[in-house]
Design a protein around this ligand. Structure first.
Ligand code: SAH
Length: 356
């Protein structure tokens, strides 16, 4: 499933080149290498997506570039802005096979703009998702294709255009570890040229143990979050179908190795589904599984997804589950989603637009 050769399909854009290759492309166009530097910095550091606004380039260069080298390849086909200013973009990418190639990117401004600076950007790693968790909208129609490196990167640029970015989570549509080569190249640029520190980027995965073990020695520049969702093997096989046959203990062992190799603690995500995985017994068994491990559990109250058959637990049930973990010595936090009123559940805008 992983491929950087996958379905390239799309025309080269400014973001599909690395620094050196972009300079070479500019020279080919009759421009100077420092013009490439100016354009690249304008796009990555300021989120400028129109050459016309790059006034430090000569007018003739701006015109030439507008004709010859697109900055972005996607089209914004939808935008929802919630009351708390969380902005969800629906982006359509070109696709050779003319499939519906859309993803969502969400810009979440810091809650308290006086103390907190910037925003968190939630990006997608694939178009669709092959994992098919029954509570999640993203996998409804399966995987369409992997995102190219520059398609991941341009979500950051579009996010930057909405305001300064201080953090990013790869928690949008798709399973990041199944498109890791492209993601990792995009995250290098985010780190090196957009100045988002590696502790400010979180990648969320269902957790393929063999892939985690392969990646850990490379000391990747992000924090790891693993979607666990239940302490019970049988239930995990149902909630995360792609992980069927992977023992929870094996996954936890791979995560322990990750911590040892990278020096970074792992977060376990746990979507709370009313009446499914939010009982006292679940909290007890989860605490047993994670006992003596240095990690954090991030509880995510389910965001209702149309016709999923799952329900959102009450605030009381969420607090009770949270308290039970804390009483058993587990570090746990609750992530109440922002912008629920604008379809916070990832993949919902996309599913609805495909249906319309
Ligand atoms: N494929 C990756 C990234 C997915 S999104 C993964 O599974 O980790 C990040 C988190 O949101 C995952 O833990 C996912 O299970 C969770 N999620 C998906 N749909 C949700 C919903 N409707 N409500 C709350 N969390 C959801």
């Amino acid at each position: 499933m992983e491929s950087s050769s996958g379905t390239p399909a799309t025309r080269a854009t400014l973001l599909s080149f690395d620094r050196a290759a972009l300079a070479a492309r500019f020279v080919e166009l009759g421009l100077k290498p420092f013009h490439a530097k100016i354009a690249r910095a304008a796009v990555l550091e300021k989120g400028i997506t129109d050459y016309a606004a790059m006034t430090s380039l000569p007018a003739a260069a701006r015109e030439l570039l507008s004709r010859e080298l697109p900055i972005l390849s996607s089209t914004e086909i939808g935008r929802r802005v919630a009351a708390d200013r969380t902005t969800k973009l629906l982006l359509a990418f070109p696709d050779e096979a003319r499939r519906s190639a859309t993803v969502e990117t969400v810009h979440i401004p810091a809650r308290d703009t006086t103390s907190g600076k910037g925003a968190t950007l939630c990006v997608s790693s694939q178009i669709g998702c092959p994992v098919a968790c029954p509570f999640c909208a993203s996998g409804r129609a399966g995987l369409v294709r992997n995102l190219e490196m520059h398609e991941i990167l341009e979500q950051y640029v579009r996010g930057r255009a909405l305001g300064e970015l201080s953090r990013s989570v790869v928690m949008g549509i798709g399973e990041p570890l199944l498109n890791f080569a492209n993601l990792s190249r995009a995250l290098d640029v985010v780190h090196d040229e957009m100045a988002i520190g590696s502790r400010k980027v979180t990648v969320s995965t269902v957790g393929f143990p063999d892939r985690l073990r392969r990646i850990a020695p490379e000391k990747p520049r992000f924090q790891l979050a693993i979607s666990l969702h239940t302490p019970d093997q049988e239930q995990r096989d149902e909630l995360v179908p792609a992980m069927k046959g992977v023992a929870i203990e094996e996954l936890l062992a791979a995560a322990d190795d990750w911590f040892e190799k990278t020096g970074r603690e792992v977060t376990y995500e746990y979507v709370l589904l009313a009446g499914e995985n939010d009982s006292a017994g679940h909290a007890e068994r989860l605490a047993q599984r994670l006992a003596r491990r240095r990690c954090t559990v991030n509880l995510i109250p389910f965001n209702p997804v149309d016709d999923s058959g799952f329900g959102r637990p009450t605030e009381f049930a969420v607090d009770r589950f949270h308290q039970r973990l804390i009483e058993r010595g587990i570090v746990a936090t609750v992530r109440w989603s922002r912008g629920v009123e604008s379809d916070a559940a990832c993949g919902q805008l996309r599913v609805r637009s495909a249906r319309a």
